[in-house]
Design a binder for this molecule. Structure first.
Ligand code: ADP
Ligand code: MG
Length: 427
């Protein structure tokens, strides 16, 4: 579970920080930095898996757009990321046995820079990296990965209290991405596993329409929503019990109906000849509607709900779920997802959801009651920043809503700012 993120020097972020609850809606006008925030999380995931430059290629614009750009056109040359999160109490070792994780609240920091590479291009390099066990209030208890201040060598704390020293000059990948031994470094392996379960769903109705091939039976749904029939079938098999043979597939069926009332049922249909399977809906007049003929809103809703169900134990970022979804249905959808997250908090594998939206209807629907209440919605604004070292620039900033009852650290919007935003949305 991600609890906090800090970013400095990446895209629209300077000295940015955000405390993250299990379910959070990021509301903001276009170009305020919502997608940039999701990209920062995807970059951290990529950096925990492979080469830093490859991870940067996954963000829009690649390396050219990676570092914060000032108004005068110059860019920063380092970017820092920090996340605080909790990891599971056990992690699988190479023999699939459970290794205990002693420290489950961790802070991870990653600093990257840019250098000209031999081949004439440019590449990202590791400037700093650390992992610390932290207390509930964020105080560092124990370093697990640190850096010698003089030699700049990385120091890993082993489970047996020994130390390992690694790293030459300008590594092109993170130390974390090289750690594989769960018995020696259980916290770091647990951290890698948590990162590997972060995904951003950008559902495209046309991808949800595609049939799933038998060859991809074990693959998850893709971030765009392809392979959904396989994913749903597997969810039903894996969560089914004698009492509820289709497990959470039943929940998903009623959630879909609650968002798109016209759809009363859905099933997976096999086509053994073509070795593929399809989603088929039943509408209110009891007609079968194959996925190819279903509405964009129905398919997008199905993809978003599947992403949330399939990623139990993970973090799912939902990119502007409103596209193609009837506005009042969007509010229902977010409420249902919020409710699902809240109910999963008691599970062994809770799911966490961050959703971006620029739909004013969401702002108007905030009622002060669960689950879409002012404290689970934050406003993302873009403001001019002057001073603070460096030329002026435009940066993302989080504002709490006026009615937010939490004692969150972020600054709060005034009531008149909020009214102005709502009024502008109506035009
Ligand atoms: N490297 C960068 N430095 C500064 N601003 C950037 C950089 N890369 C993108 N941006 C700005 O970020 C904005 C887009 O942010 P985005 O996260 O896509 O917005 P949205 O909130 O609509 O998802 C654009 O205004 C773009 O100019
Ligand atoms: Mg966006």
């Amino acid at each position: 579970m991600l609890t906090r993120i800090e970013i400095d020097g990446f895209k629209t972020f300077r000295d940015f920080s955000l405390d993250v609850p299990p379910f959070l809606v990021l509301l903001g006008r276009n170009a305020s930095g919502k997608s940039n925030l999701f990209e920062a999380l995807q970059f951290l995931r990529g950096a925990s898996e492979g080469n830093l430059s490859d991870a940067a290629k996954q963000v829009r614009g690649g390396l050219d757009q990676f570092f914060h750009r000032y108004a005068d056109g110059t860019t920063m040359d380092t970017a820092s990321f920090a996340v605080e999160l909790s990891v599971p109490e056990t992690v699988k070792d190479e023999l699939d046995a459970d290794a205990p994780v002693l420290r489950t609240r961790l802070r991870y920091e990653l600093v990257v820079g840019i250098v000209d590479s031999h081949s004439g291009g440019r590449s990202l390099v590791l400037r700093g990296e650390s992992v610390s066990a932290i207390s509930a209030d964020g105080e560092v208890i124990e370093p697990l990965l640190s850096q010698d201040e003089v030699t700049r060598q990385f120091i890993l704390t082993r489970r047996d209290r020994g130390e390992a020293h690694v790293g030459g000059p300008l590594p092109v990948r993170s130390v974390l991405s090289t750690i594989t031994s769960a018995p020696v470094y259980p916290e770091l392996v647990a951290l890698r596993q948590v990162f590997s379960r972060w995904m951003t769903a950008q559902i495209e109705p046309d991808c949800v329409r595609e049939p799933s091939s038998y060859d991809d039976e074990r693959e998850p749904m893709t971030p765009r929503g392809a392979n959904v029939a396989n994913a749903l079938r597997r969810l039903a098999v894996e969560t089914g019990t004698i009492d509820r043979p289709e497990g959470v597939f039943n929940d998903l069926r009623s959630e879909l109906h609650a968002v798109v009332p016209d759809i009363i049922d859905l099933r997976i249909e096999d086509d053994p000849k073509r070795r593929q399977r399809d989603v088929v809906f039943t509408d209110r007049s009891r007609q079968s509607v194959p996925a190819v003929a279903a509405s964009d809103g129905t398919l997008r809703t199905l993809g978003l709900l599947t992403a949330v169900h399939e990623n139990r134990g993970g973090l799912v970022c939902l990119e502007e779920p409103e596209n193609g979804i009837h506005p009042p249905h969007l509010v229902n959808l977010l409420e249902i997802i919020g409710e699902r997250v809240r109910r999963s908090e008691v599970d062994r594998m809770p799911v966490q959801v961050l959703s971006s939206t620029h739909a004013p209807v969401v702002a108007k629907a905030l009622t002060g009651t669960d689950p879409l209440r002012p404290s689970v919605v934050v406003f993302v604004d873009v403001v001019s920043r002057v001073g603070g070292g460096g030329p002026a620039s435009r940066v993302s900033k989080i504002l709490r809503l006026p009615e937010d009852s939490t004692s969150a650290a972020e600054p709060r919007m005034t009531k008149s700012e909020w009214r102005r935003y709502l009024a502008a949305g109506e035009r």
